[in-house]
Design a protein. Structure first.
Length: 56
């Protein structure tokens, strides 16, 4: 199982997805406003955390 979480610059959770499939799910970020966000992708073995910039 994979968990994907997106947080705004203040640390508020704005999007959360759980995937039980081995494929990486597509994220619809059209509802996010312009700005800097942090994304966390985790599964049973690893966790990845990075910054993203939304310029919609």
């Amino acid at each position: 199982m994979s968990k994907i979480k997106i947080f705004d610059i203040n640390g508020k959770l704005v999007l959360s997805i759980k995937s039980f499939d081995m494929d990486i799910p597509k994220l619809n970020i059209q509802s996010l406003k312009k700005g800097i966000y942090f994304i966390s992708i985790a599964n049973n073995q690893y966790q990845f955390f990075t910054k993203i910039l939304v310029k919609i």
